[in-house]
Design a protein around this ligand. Structure first.
Ligand code: ADP
Length: 394
């Protein structure tokens, strides 16, 4: 075992981690610390099909990293093979257009963008500082969700609001899921080397969902904005709508605008329309039992995704590939079919039989389709590990 990379993903109340070896190709260990900040937080390790959970007395990000270090110390073969640590960072603002080796100036740069990701950035910074303290001498790398979209043209990333707001406060579209899109572009190029000279549409559909247009290997448009709220309808987020609704909701419900924003972030989307769940699988099961609202929610989700794909395609020279990824994109044949149903005018057709298969990388277009349609499982951990290896070797 050599050159293992610890990948750390600090969320606001969770910390996911994995140890990858063999140039990122094998997962040695993975796990999650959840309910951080609460009294009943747990840390779970998964290795070789076995699961082990411990209670985290001090339910903090710091204690989670300390317990991971302790667990690794009991397995020196893994600990001694660690050559780098890669951190997922949600928001890199305009400062970071690629992954970087972490030093104090990088941590300061992440802190400067914290107003755009107030729940995530402080957690990232804690995770980095603790990892630097507990794994001295091991280089650490920051990989940003926003970085891939820094290639967007000003016409795409600017909001049509007074320019002074952009100049003074950096209010603009940043986009997210960039590490996933970069992985998909790279993986598609392994399958279809020409794709790096072609136009690719990607729908990353999970609980959070977005679309991306990739022209000749570069992101040219994406649906999420200054925060992940813009764009598609999602599990609990509304996606794009008339911004006036924010004050209408606040006034009608007698709540603050912060609470109204919470409604749009946490109570809308699939959950808001179905009044049942934010979870696609649950909604498909309910739809199969005749629940009309579950069907309405899924159909709205699909139709809006199709609209965003078409809109993103305006930045491509040609539409050559459409890729579905993320938990819904990879697994829901119903949603994929409903999206492609809206894309016939663009000569995008899928094969019903191939579309009903699941869980593997494959192309599912029918013979009449002018566009190749793919299911490609995303792998953000691998991308973070590869960036970490690359920067360390430089
Ligand atoms: P995120 O990373 O944004 O939290 P995921 O990419 O894990 O989300 O996707 C979660 C979504 O994928 C959920 O809505 C879940 O129901 C859906 N999903 C997972 N497996 C299936 C399946 N077999 N059929 C339909 N939907 C699925």
């Amino acid at each position: 075992m050599s050159d293992s990379i610890l990948v750390i993903n600090c969320g606001s109340s969770s910390l996911k981690f994995a140890v990858l070896c063999d140039e990122g190709q094998s997962v040695l260990l993975e796990g999650i610390a959840d309910r951080l900040g609460y009294t009943n937080s747990t840390l779970t390790f998964k290795k070789d099909g076995n699961k082990e959970s411990i209670h985290l007395k001090e339910g903090t990000h710091k204690s989670a990293v300390a317990e991971i270090k302790k667990w690794l110390s009991d397995r020196p073969a893994i600990l001694d093979s660690l050559t780098g640590i890669g951190h997922r960072v949600v928001h890199g603002g305009e400062t970071f257009s690629q992954s970087v080796l972490i030093d104090q100036s990088v941590i300061d740069g992440i802190a400067e963008c914290a107003n755009f990701a107030p729940l995530h950035s402080p957690a990232h910074i804690i995770g980095m500082n603790v990892a630097i303290e507990l794994f001295p001498g091991i280089p650490q790398v920051a990989v940003f969700d926003t970085a891939f979209h820094q290639t967007l043209a000003a016409e795409q990333y600017l909001y049509p609001i007074p320019m002074a707001l952009y100049r003074q406060h950096h209010f603009r579209k940043y986009g997210f899921h960039g590490t996933s899109y970069r992985y998909i572009s790279r993986r598609l190029a392994e399958l279809e080397p020409n794709s790096l000279q072609q136009g690719v549409l990607v729908a990353h559909l999970g609980n959070g969902a977005s679309t991306c247009a990739i022209n000749k290997g570069q992101s040219t448009d994406t649906s999420m904005g200054i925060t992940p709220l813009e764009g598609l309808m999602m599990g609990t987020r509304c996606g794009s709508l008339d911004p006036s609704l924010l004050s209408f909701i606040a006034e009608a419900e007698g709540i603050s605008s912060a609470d109204a924003l919470d409604v749009l972030n946490k109570k809308s989307g699939l959950l808001g329309i179905s009044e049942l769940s934010n979870d696609c699988r649950t909604l498909e099961e309910a739809m199969a039992l005749g629940n009309e609202q579950a069907k309405l929610a899924l159909d709205m989700f699909a139709i809006r995704t199709a609209k965003y794909l078409v809109s993103a395609a305006t930045t491509l020279d040609s539409i050559d590939h459409l890729v579905f990824t993320g938990g819904i994109g990879e697994n829901s044949s119903y949603v994929r079919a409903a999206i492609c149903q809206q894309l016939k005018a663009f000569n995008i057709y899928i094969d019903g039989d191939k579309n009903s298969l699941r869980g593997a990388t494959m192309s599912i277009e029918s013979k009449q389709s002018h566009v190749k349609v793919w299911i490609i499982p995303t792998n953000e951990e691998l991308m973070i590990a590869l960036d970490t290896i690359h920067l360390i070797r430089q």
